[in-house]
Unconditional design. Structure first.
Length: 131
């Protein structure tokens, strides 16, 4: 696997945290199209822009620069039918030896998101049973 470029790392980290491109673009006060160009590597990143992106995601520029997807700890796939699917939604946790606290925060966020999703699915199931 080749090393990811900064834009690709930013995209993977954004996905890891569950942000949409629109959300990050809004935080950066740029258009979603401009943000998309950053992730695709079509816009060069200066240090100030990289710092701002890191800040808005709640991480450091070092976290972005050292991001290595080979250190993902957890991967899961799911789709709306409940069947596993390689191209379906994925969640990943990065574990960085120097940042156990960040890994804990990420795991807690994913657990919270999964609990919310379970709650919503239970509501949908309940509504379907009433029909």
């Amino acid at each position: 696997m080749s090393e990811l470029k900064e834009g690709q790392k930013i995209r993977r980290i954004r996905e890891l945290f569950g942000f949409t491109q629109d959300e990050i673009a809004q935080k950066l006060q740029i258009t979603p199209q401009a943000y998309s160009r950053i992730e695709r590597g079509e816009t060069s990143l200066d240090l100030d822009r990289l710092k701002l992106i890191a800040e808005k995601m709640g991480i450091t520029t070092d976290d972005i620069m050292k991001f290595d997807e080979r250190k993902f700890l957890i991967s899961g796939n799911n789709n709306n039918s409940g069947e596993a699917n390689d191209s379906a939604f994925q969640f990943n946790i990065i574990v960085n030896e120097s940042s156990n606290q960040k890994a804990i925060e990420i795991l807690e966020k994913i657990i919270e998101q999964q609990q919310e999703e379970i709650k919503e699915l239970k509501q949908e199931l309940k509504a379907l049973k009433k029909q």
